[in-house]
Design a protein around this ligand. Structure first.
Ligand code: FES
Ligand SMILES: [Fe+2]
Length: 459
């Protein structure tokens, strides 16, 4: 250890010495940084040891899925789209969650409203796909609602004696943070602000509202939505699933924290995994993990006497200069430039911190507990006050490689490796051979935290 524990903003209470050692190893890297590292890296909140096993039923049962619909999807704030998906008045996104459909609509005054995507007459969904409209006319008999959900036109109104008053579309609560548009189907829910808690503070240095969705790719997976996202909530599967990354990824040196409704991991890049039984060169460390986030050309040469971590940071700072200005880019620490920092906001949003650009979302696919949809967004900085239009969702066909989408860079190969496990995890769980799934106490902090919040909602 190179410094006292004053460097830890928070406490390691509850961690055993082996677990605490991983955190200290990460702090040693922060101490060696070439720049001042923002305090957010030092904020420390390990999760006490609750929820170490959960019933398999959570991943395989339709009854449990139905409970989630009632207690989670109909009750909690969830990311429906990006602000830049609906820049123009009348632009709307059709957000689907577990059989429920919502239209998120840009209004003429620039505000955003959301309504249930359903005609009040006989129930046809008003829109089948995203688009732009002056009003929402039902394609069945032509009843029409305005962008704000108020009734605009009703053919043969004289024939509906039971319809009186305004007959507006059922409205859905909307809030925004970080360029994300969130909706909540529960009119009595807490505010989005209360739900997010301190999360916005964590992103103050790298405001996500100053990003736009440059790439948006999705794929239907043969597994439960929780199982899919849990594959992205810990770094320790790297040892078996992404072994090619080990020369340049400090997988077990990861710091895990949880607060309120969100959690995060901090995994150092440009340093070797403690799992390795050989010593990679600095160039091998570099080559193992570069180009994962479209941040540099594939080959970055480590100069003689320089470390991979410092070279990686210098290369990314240089690359960022064009987007955020030389001064801002050069002030960013090695940790900000190199380390993987995926946050998870309950229930399903995974924005990465700093300039890693990656953001995931996982949802059930319809009401089948054995299917889910995974999406990856690349959120890039933009110049000026208005973001460019967000990229449209490009779906990778089921059972097809993510590498068919070149925009994902090396992420495509990494996702294929993650995907390769998932249907077999689902099959294993559906076999009924075990009743419970068991979590690692520290390295699976984020997953345990997710289930803790889930259990609070289930009551
Ligand atoms: S179902 Fe929509 S107008 Fe009849
Ligand atoms: Fe992975």
């Amino acid at each position: 250890m190179t410094a006292t524990d004053d460097r830890i903003l928070g406490s390691l209470d509850g961690l055993n010495p082996d677990q605490a050692n991983q955190v200290h190893a990460y702090f040693d890297l922060l101490d060696a940084d070439s720049r001042v590292v923002p305090d957010v890296y030092r904020w420390t909140a390990p999760l006490p040891g609750q929820v170490l096993t959960v019933p398999v039923e959570r991943y395989v049962s339709r009854a449990f899925h139905d409970l989630e619909v009632e207690k989670v999807w109909k009750k909690t704030w969830q990311m429906a789209c990006r602000v830049e998906d609906i820049l123009e008045p009348g632009q709307y996104v059709k957000y689907d969650i577990a059989g429920i459909s919502v239209l998120v609509v840009r209004q003429r005054d620039g505000s955003i409203k959301a309504h249930r995507n359903i005609c009040l007459h006989r129930g046809r969904q008003l829109r089948d796909v995203d688009g732009r409209a002056d009003s929402f006319q039902c394609q069945f008999h032509g009843i029409t609602w305005d962008l704000d959900g108020s009734l605009k036109h009703m053919p043969c109104k004289w024939d509906f004696p039971t319809v009186d008053g305004e007959w507006p579309l059922p409205s859905v609560k909307v809030g925004t943070w970080g360029g994300f548009v969130f909706i909540n189907l529960d009119p009595d829910s807490e505010s989005l602000e209360d739900f997010l808690g301190d999360l916005p503070q964590h992103f103050e240095t790298w405001p996500l509202e100053k990003r736009y969705k440059q790439v948006h790719v999705g794929k239907v997976l043969r597994c439960n939505w929780k199982l899919a996202q849990e594959a992205f909530m810990e770094s320790w599967h790297v040892v078996a699933t992404h072994a090619q990354l080990l020369p340049g990824l400090g997988d077990t040196i990861t710091k895990y924290d949880a607060w309120g409704n969100f959690s995060r991991t901090l995994t150092p890049n440009g340093v070797p995994s403690p799992h390795l039984n050989w010593a990679p060169t600095e160039q091998e460390m570099m080559d193992a993990v570069t180009d994962r986030n479209l941040d540099e050309p594939i080959k970055v040469v480590v100069p003689e006497g320089q470390t991979a971590r410092r070279t990686m940071a210098d290369s990314r700072r240089k690359h960022l200069e064009a987007e955020i200005g030389a001064e801002a880019a050069q002030a960013l620490s090695d940790a900000e430039m190199c380390d993987s920092m995926p946050y998870t906001l309950f229930p399903n949003l995974h924005p990465w911190g700093s300039y890693n650009r990656t953001c995931y979302r996982f949802r059930p696919y319809g009401n089948d507990p054995g299917l889910s949809i995974m999406e990856c967004m690349i959120l890039s900085p933009y110049e000026g006050d208005t973001p460019p239009k967000g990229a449209e969702l490009k779906m990778v066909e089921m059972d097809t490689s993510w590498t068919t989408v070149p925009e994902l860079g090396l992420l495509g190969r990494v996702f294929d490796q993650d995907d390769a496990n998932l249907p077999f995890v689902q099959k294993g769980l559906e076999s009924g051979a075990i009743d419970e799934v068991t979590f690692a106490e520290y390295q699976e902090t984020k997953i345990r935290h997710f289930h803790l919040v889930l259990e609070q909602l289930l009551g």
